[in-house]
Every structure is written in structure tokens, then in C-alpha cells.
Design a protein around this ligand. Structure first.
Ligand SMILES: *Cc1c(COP(=O)(O)O)cnc(C)c1O
Length: 336
């Protein structure tokens, strides 16, 4: 969909903790680069994957940032000056996108700083400005709107006029931009950085399911280790309780949902989940119980080194991908 609208998509892998099997899949897909927010994860894959760093760097990270990535999102002029010096030392080019804080309130230049920043970065000899980045719904729950798109367009026009710099990339946001992208023209935005939607199948502005994407690509599976009757202290009713062998250390329990809608989570401790089996009678010790994951649960579990991961290959999806790759190739051939 984004391709048809001339929007470049950058997959963001931070919620799968740089999982190398998943990262390797992206090598086989026609993306120019993938994005990560942790430099140590980028280092693990250095040499195999082309990464963009999407979080500003601390001074101690600059040397690794310059040697192991060719592009990053930056927000602080002192850090950018140091990146320029370091890139000169390493005889490298480093491209940056300047993040502008539009209304999310997390990171980025204040809009009135943009012109000064751009004027200075334009004069740098080893840092190259590729364009601007925007971000929505990371901190404040304020979805991007059509008005944002037209105000962004005005903003970009006046900055381009004042600096004489023409932006190559306008990286307009994350998964929260997808609903807008489906129904409206995104104007000057020609890139989106997509993480959550890719792995959970939801856009994040209104939490809507996205067509053609899976909401169960990554699931959490536990095993039942005990089933006994217990008393619910608020209702004074007995219920049949199963203990599942993971807990708060392994995921964010408030963000998981049992796939079996007849059972419900009644509580959790650091390493156990308490389940009310209700009217179900089929469960036995050793049985698996599967859960769908919200974003925090997904990210937390993927970062938990002691959870074992099992990868299932769906040949039907492989076929779909082959098709996607070949239609893309045809399109590229037709274009040039
Ligand atoms: C996490 C992140 C993204 C991806 O966000 P999703 O909501 O997962 O699509 C994009 N840009 C930046 C700067 C991020 O930190």
C-alpha cells in the first residue's frame, strides 16, 4: 500500500529485540534498510544488515554509531558536531535525519530551532542531512490528523525557503500514521518507520486491525503445571485454577489475552500466571496455553533472554511473499 503511494517503508525491529531469525528474514525482502533503537543490537548484526539508528546517541556511542551505521536520526547539535568530527576521523560519511518534535512531546528539535540546525549541518563536511523526521503517539496519545499533514507541508516549505535546502526524505512517523495513509494523501511525507503494525497487525492511532496483516505472528505459549480448586476471595465462590509457567518476569501480564476466550487471567506473580479455567474441562497438566500479545508484552517477552523461541514456517506465507517480491520487481522494471 505504501509503495503504491510512493512512500518508502523502513521496518523497525526494536519490539522483537533484534531477533536474528526475524532480522534475517528482512534481508530477503526488498527493503533498503531496517531500523533499530539500540546500538548493541546493531553491533550484533554489523556486516549483514544495513541499519538506521532511530534514537539519538550518547557521546560514548558516537564512535560505534559512525563505524557501524551510515544513517541515524539526531536531535542535538552538540552530538551532531561530534558525529561530524568522528566521521572525519574515520573517513566516513554519516547521513542524518533531524527529528522535529511536532506534538508528541518526546524527542526532537523545537520547530523554531530547525532553520539554525539545518544551516549548521549543511556546512558540515562528513555529516549529510537527508531530511526531517516526525513522530506521533510515542509519548502523547495524540494521533496525526489531516491538519498535521498540511501544517507540516507549510512548515517544510518555509524552512526550505529560508535555508535553500531541499529535503530528500520526510520520514513522517510510525505505525500511527497508517490509518491516515490508507485514506488520505500524506503530502510531503515519503517515508514511514513501521514497527508495531508489522508484528501485531494493528495501526496504533486508533488500535484498528490492519487488513492483510496477522495479529498472531508472535504468540506467547506457556504450560500448565498445576490445576486445583481455589476460592475467589471477593465472590466467595470456588473456581478451578490452573498455574501457567510464566509470569511478570517474562512479559507484561496486563497486556496478554488468552486465545481460549473461555478462560481468564485472575492474577500473576513473578514467574507464574493464575488462570480461572471456568467451565472448561479439557485442560490437563502439561497442556499448552497460548496468549496474544499487546505491544509492551511483545517487546518485553522478546527481550527476555530466558524464554525459548520456536519459529514456525508457514509455506502459504512464503508463497505470498514470493508473489510480493516478484510484483515489486516487475514494478521496479516498469518504472525504469
Ligand atoms: C519505535 C519507533 C518507531 C516505530 O514505531 P511503531 O509504533 O512500532 O511503528 C518509529 N520511529 C521511532 C523514532 C521510534 O522510536
Amino acid at each position: 500500500m505504501l509503495d503504491e503511494r510512493g512512500i518508502n517503508m523502513v521496518p523497525v525491529l526494536k519490539c522483537v529485540a533484534g531477533d536474528s531469525q526475524i532480522a534475517k528474514l528482512f534481508e530477503t525482502l526488498p527493503f533498503q534498510c531496517i531500523a533499530e533503537s539500540r546500538l548493541n543490537i546493531i553491533s550484533e548484526h554489523y556486516g549483514t544488515l544495513n541499519y538506521v539508528m532511530i534514537k539519538g546517541a550518547t557521546p560514548s556511542e558516537i564512535s560505534t554509531l559512525v563505524s557501524q551505521t551510515s544513517m541515524s536520526i539526531q536531535t542535538d547539535i552538540n552530538v551532531i558536531r561530534r558525529i561530524n568530527l568522528e566521521a572525519k576521523k574515520q573517513n566516513k560519511r554519516h547521513q542524518i535525519l533531524l527529528m522535529v518534535d511536532w506534538k508528541d512531546g518526546r524527542e526532537g528539535l523545537l520547530t523554531y530551532e530547525a532553520v539554525d540546525y539545518i544551516n549548521e549541518v549543511m556546512r558540515m563536511d562528513h555529516v549529510f542531512l537527508k531530511g526531517l523526521a516526525f513522530n506521533f503517539m510515542c509519548y502523547r496519545a495524540m494521533p496525526p490528523t489531516e491538519e498535521d499533514i498540511s501544517y507540516i507541508e507549510h512548515f517544510l516549505n518555509s524552512v526550505e525557503q529560508e535555508t535553500g535546502f531541499i529535503f530528500t526524505t520526510i520520514s513522517g512517523g510510525n505505525s500511527s500514521m497508517l490509518t491516515l495513509a490508507m485514506y488520505h494523501d500524506l503530502g510531503p511525507i515519503n517515508e514511514l518507520r513501521i514497527g508495531e503494525a508489522l508484528f501485531r497487525g494493528y495501526e496504533t492511532a486508533h488500535n484498528q486491525r490492519l487488513p492483510f496483516l496477522y495479529d498472531d505472528a508472535i504468540e506467547l505459549v506457556g504450560h500448565i503445571i498445576e490445576i486445583k480448586p481455589r476460592l475467589n476471595l471477593s465472590t466467595h465462590q470456588p473456581y478451578m485454577q490452573a498455574l501457567v509457567d510464566f509470569g511478570n518476569l517474562d512479559t507484561v501480564v496486563t497486556e496478554i489475552t488468552p486465545v481460549d476466550s473461555k478462560v481468564k487471567i485472575v492474577g500473576s506473580t513473578s514467574d507464574l500466571l493464575l488462570i480461572d479455567l471456568d467451565e472448561t474441562h479439557g485442560y490437563q497438566i502439561g497442556d499448552v496455553m497460548t496468549f496474544k500479545l499487546g505491544y509492551a508484552a511483545l517487546a518485553h517477552s522478546m527481550h527476555a533472554p530466558h524464554l525459548s523461541k520456536r519459529y514456525l514456517n508457514d509455506t502459504g506465507i512464503d508463497l505470498m511473499l514470493e508473489n510480493l517480491n516478484s510484483t515489486k520487481e516487475n514494478k521496479i522494471l516498469n518504472r525504469y
